[in-house]
Design a protein around this ligand. Structure first.
Ligand SMILES: Cc1ncc(COP(=O)(O)O)c(C=O)c1O
Length: 459
């Protein structure tokens, strides 16, 4: 579609660089310009309405017009619109938020560090892990193991943790000292004769072997998303985290839970660590922390990690790191209000009430000729597109992209992941009628895609 000169579309093309976008294709296709939002719905400037089946980028838990969050931002803007937390300065919203978060964690935690995005949180997690091991006089214990298919952001070290080739290509990533082990994608990587439990055992053994091969005195931490997001909304196979954590404990390797997507009731529990019995040393959170109304993220660490960091800052004269906007009072006030709303509305109970319908409708998509696997937990899940259900052979990524675009045309925003799956992750406030609408539209888009695949002889 050629953009009309001087139209908003043409102005976008002439002025913006879009992330995770083919910049040449963008010049031809142009943007969808979103203009308004209400509940789980968003509207573009041409008046087309969509169910936001991805909560934006897995984040707008409370929908697109929550007045309490808006009021919290405005009130804080009026009182103290900005301040930093360097050099012993603080503000009340950030203190209250840190205190609140420490009451919510799945295991006892000691301190909270604030940043502005998931990428920054994971990047600082790396710095803290290195600092911690330097504090303990273990300068060689620095390697961090992430997983193939994992997504932890796009900054230099968090982008290195990310295990998706498209995010390394051309950027000279990953940096040294970041390793990747196999993912928890049982449907795709389990062997034909292997149970979920056996697959989990194999993955844990592979991790053990990797740590032994590298030398346990060189491996500092392991990071995982409890439910892998951008890698395809992949739920872990039974017993996976239990077995992984046993390996980590054996080698004194820290467990880092990237709860950036899964934190705050996405799986029905406060954290997905609760859902999968993960006992992290460090947690990274963002997104639903403020329902994405303001940029804010955090690294939360236990006493084992914080204690040596505290002492080392004294040895070094200070903790020589920080962001101008880390602990920003407006972001903190909005996040604090978000926590209050989650609690007062018992959002977890709502998720647990509506999730069975969403998961039932998701599983029903598994009957579609194009779908090999349809799985999820709480209000997150995905389908995997296959040419042949018996061999599980995937299409090339153009088919998942076609499906995501077909969903958009049918009025639901979903997302192609890792070239083979299409995910949903709607606002947590979604109601049963909206879940039905979302899946009705997804089903129609799958039919459109089947027609496309057949017409083009792709199957
Ligand atoms: C699990 C996970 N970690 C980290 C990030 C990075 O967050 P951000 O985009 O805020 O930098 C994301 C973003 O989607 C994510 O899904």
């Amino acid at each position: 579609m050629a953009a009309v000169p001087n139209s908003p579309h043409a102005r976008d093309i002439a002025s913006l660089i879009h992330p995770m976008t083919n910049l040449v294709k963008h010049e031809k296709d142009g943007p969808i310009i979103l203009d308004e939002g209400k509940g789980v719905w968003v509207k573009d400037i041409e008046g087309n309405e969509y169910i936001e089946g991805m909560a934006g980028l897995w984040c707008t838990a409370l929908g697109f017009n929550n007045e309490r969050l808006i009021d919290a931002a405005v009130a804080q803007m009026r009182k103290l619109p900005t301040y930093h937390t360097f050099f012993h300065r603080s503000n009340m919203p950030v203190i209250e938020l840190a205190e609140k978060l420490l009451t919510m964690t799945p295991v006892p935690m000691a301190r909270v560090w604030f940043a502005n995005s998931g990428s920054e949180a994971n990047d600082h997690m790396v710095k803290f892990v290195w600092y911690y091991n330097n504090a303990l006089g273990r300068p060689n214990k620095k390697k961090i193991i992430a997983r193939i298919g994992g997504y932890h952001g796009i900054a230099v070290s968090s982008g290195s943790l990310t295990g998706l080739p498209a995010m390394h290509k051309g950027f000279d990533l990953p940096i040294p000292n970041i390793l990747h082990t196999g993912s928890a994608h049982y449907y795709h990587e389990g062997r034909p004769d292997e149970s979920e439990e056996q697959f989990a055992t194999r993955r844990a053994e592979e991790l053990d072997q990797l740590i032994l091969a590298e030398g346990p005195d060189t491996v500092a931490a392991f990071i995982a998303e409890p439910v892998m997001g951008a890698g395809g909304a992949i739920i872990p196979p039974r017993t996976y985290f239990q077995k992984i954590q046993a390996v980590l404990a054996k080698h004194d390797v820290l467990m880092v839970a990237d709860e950036v997507i899964t934190g705050f009731f996405r799986t029905g529990n406060t954290f997905a660590c609760d859902t999968y019995a993960i006992r992290p040393d460090i947690m990274c959170i963002a997104k639903q922390l403020s329902s994405a109304y303001m940029p804010i993220s955090a690294v939360i660490m236990n006493e084992k990690v914080f204690g040596p960091i505290r002492e080392f800052s004294n040895t070094n004269g200070m903790l020589g790191t920080g962001f101008t906007y880390g602990g920003h009072p407006v972001s903190a006030a909005v996040a604090l209000e978000t926590m209050k709303i989650y609690e007062e509305t018992d959002i977890g109970a709502h998720v647990r009430k509506v999730a069975p319908l969403a998961q039932e409708r998701l599983r029903a998509l598994g009957e579609h000729p194009l779908v090999g696997d349809a799985s999820g937990v709480g209000l997150i899940g995905s389908v995997e597109l296959v040419k042949d259900k018996a061999t599980k052979q995937n299409f090339d990524p153009s088919v998942a992209n076609f499906l995501a675009d077909a969903c958009t045309r049918r009025g639901v925003m979903l997302r192609a992941c890792a070239g083979i799956r299409v995910a949903f992750c709607p606002p947590l406030i979604i109601e049963p009628e909206e879940i039905d609408m979302l899946f009705d539209r997804w089903q129609l888009a799958l039919d459109d895609t089947l027609e496309h695949v057949r017409e083009n002889g792709l199957m």
